[in-house]
Write a protein that binds this ligand. Structure first.
Ligand code: ZN
Length: 207
């Protein structure tokens, strides 16, 4: 199937990629003697080919639409923001958390404990206050590993603190942060829910 060129971008190796009307991307390299497309090396050349139709093999295969890669600097920025946010959560810094969270940002505490559920930005602020009530000396996260890709950052961490009840709290987390334009869109917290129930919820379970 043929599809018209609607735009261009460069991939991570700075090779030119044509964006097609069908939603697919196709490399248009100038790599003599293997590929001869000198037009792709100049803005005027690229513009002159807008609207030109290319044969799209991905259409023939029924492939899903391609998406532009997220620049490495943005991915690393998300990783850095994630680590800073975890430190803010650990010390119960509601202001940093409020600044970081998008207006439609959400916290999703997984599982079926008393504190499980989805929290809005306003509720996240209350949740932060409750961290300091539960852990007067704050929590401490030990970060074991981070994985950053596109708009998502996954963090393996151990959280520990002295609960106000006198019990020691140690839990293992796998948190997934989703970012949009430098703001937190969603945080999903996966952890050992038995420890949450025992220490944070005083052994009380939802009815
Ligand atoms: Zn296509």
């Amino acid at each position: 199937m043929k599809s018209a060129i609607t735009g261009y971008h460069q991939d991570a190796e700075l090779d030119w990629v044509a964006e097609l009307a069908c939603g697919h991307f196709q490399h248009v390299r100038h790599n003599p003697p293997f590929a001869h497309r000198p037009w792709v090396t100049t803005p005027a050349g690229r513009e002159s080919r807008l609207g030109v139709e290319l044969e799209c093999k991905k259409c023939n295969l029924g492939a899903p639409a391609d998406q532009r890669g997220v620049p490495r600097a943005v991915v690393e920025g998300n990783r850095q923001r994630t680590l800073e946010l975890m430190q803010a959560i650990a010390r119960g810094d509601a202001n940093v958390i409020a600044e970081t969270c998008a207006e439609d940002g959400k916290l999703h505490v997984m599982g079926h404990t008393l504190i499980s559920g989805v929290y809005s930005k306003a509720q996240i602020r209350q949740f932060t206050d409750s961290i300091l009530n539960a852990f007067p000396e704050g929590l401490h996260y030990t970060i074991h590993a981070t994985t950053a890709e596109a708009d998502r950052v996954a963090v393996e961490a151990t959280g520990a603190g002295q609960h106000v009840s006198g019990k020691s709290y140690v839990n293992h987390y796998h948190c997934l942060f989703t970012w949009r334009d430098g703001k937190l869109l969603e945080l999903k917290e996966y952890m050992d829910t038995e420890v949450v129930t025992e220490v944070l919820c005083g052994d009380v379970r939802p009815i």
